[in-house]
Design a protein around this ligand. Structure first.
Ligand code: SF4
Ligand code: SF4
Ligand code: FES
Length: 212
């Protein structure tokens, strides 16, 4: 058995358990700080972790982190930032105005101190600071890709001394680029041909059906 401390309670749990599983194993009830129950996609199970014999405290997702002997764990409540960014993707206009719209909606993003706090806070190991800076430079597709695996745990927002809310900037960039992305013209043409009946698909033709 592995002995650790969660929220000040000493817990013994079998090896290869996640922190979340160890908590349940100890008979505790999970009423908050959990969402996807171990899929690592909801960002709800934010915790601070100090490993045995170490002084440093790191952020982690409790459902993705395996327990270790002597580990100390404390959960982190959801943090709501005082600043909210209000925008409507359907009002984005054309892509020429997108950079201006980032500056208007997230003016604080240009004040990034390059302190790396968001990178250290991110339990997914994303290059958050780079994503913020790419957005400010107008490299939107690249910025959006940095945040592809963001689970919106909000820890980067909690860490940022400039109140930038990097995850929300990332979401903004991804929403806007998706809203403005032009679909390939030949694909649109072909779909219109199919819809109008100009092009007929014979599903009974040899090889017409995709393999199951
Ligand atoms: S970018 Fe921010 S919100 Fe997204 S996973 Fe990392 S710390 Fe969490
Ligand atoms: S925490 Fe904020 S100021 Fe620091 S690098 Fe990240 S975005 Fe920039
Ligand atoms: S419970 Fe969803 S990320 Fe951990």
């Amino acid at each position: 058995m592995v002995r650790l401390t969660i929220e000040g309670h000493q817990i013994d749990a079998p090896p290869n358990c996640s922190i979340l599983q160890a908590f349940l194993h100890a008979g505790q009830t999970l009423v908050e700080g959990v969402g996807c129950m171990g899929q690592g996609v909801c960002g709800s199970c934010r915790v601070l972790v100090r490993r045995g014999g170490e002084r440093e405290v790191n952020t982690a997702l409790a459902c993705e982190t395996l327990i270790e002997e002597g580990m100390q764990v404390a959960s982190l409540e959801y943090f709501t930032a005082p600043v909210r960014h209000v925008y409507r993707p359907e009002e984005a206009g054309d892509s020429w105005h997108l950079l201006q719209s980032i500056g208007e909606t997230f003016p604080e993003a240009a004040h990034c101190r390059h302190c790396g706090g968001c990178d250290r806070a991110c339990p997914k190991g994303l290059d958050v600071q780079r994503g913020v800076n790419l957005a400010v430079e107008g490299k939107l597709a690249e910025s959006g890709r940095v945040f592809d695996e963001c689970v919106m745990c909000n820890l980067c927002t909690l860490a940022c001394p400039e109140l930038i809310r990097p995850n929300h900037l990332g979401l903004f960039v991804r929403r806007m680029t998706a809203a403005l992305w032009l679909r390939p013209a030949n694909l649109m043409h072909r779909l219109q041909q199919i819809e109008s009946g100009e092009m007929r698909i014979d599903f009974d033709a040899p090889g017409a059906r995709p393999p199951r």
